[in-house]
Design a protein around this ligand. Sequence first.
Ligand SMILES: [Zn+2]
Length: 220
Amino acid sequence: MNGLETRIREYFTDPKHKKLSKALREELNSEGLKYCYYCETVKPLADYNRKGSGYRNQCRECQHGYHYANHERELARMRKYKADNAEAIAAQCKRYRELNPLQGRIRDGYRRAKKLGAPVEEFRAEDVYAYWREAGIDPWVSAYSGKPLTPDNYGLDHIIPLSAENTPGNVPWNLAPCTKDENRRKFNKKVLPFRLLALLALHEEEKKNEEADSQQSLHP
Ligand SMILES: [Zn+2]
């Protein structure tokens, strides 16, 4: 390795040589090595981070060195940007929350479930959207009345109430979109669409089966 490194350094003493020659590159490649232009050292490929299908020009040590040397400056730059644009950023966050009311409702549900001692799971709005997409539930239409939902009237119902004894709790498959009014009125579960209950039952059954399977694999 060192012989090659010495030859590369000699090669670069010629100011016309800005980049490695093809012959030198091929020689490095054939031995799984790479030359770092920053610390001017030949190192194994494993010492470089990947970039796309290839490797970075800087070895990992040089890359980290650069990062730490500029860390404070980068932080200061970010803080200044945030301070200079505080109002615009706050407005953007508010707008985002208004257009995506689900995340806030999930948080409310999480708090209520905790308070009531119902089961809770960590998940995000994306997980609920994904589950609803799979189940054919439109996130912007009440699953109970078919009323269109807006950021203002957006409610989130626990199909089996959090206060019910055997509630699945605050989990994606126990959630249904509805209007705030419908949610507040402590919806009469008799009008609950049969399909939602069937989906919920199916999910519970799948979960039980999975648990049974994992029990079996633990005790074959
Ligand atoms: Zn380096």
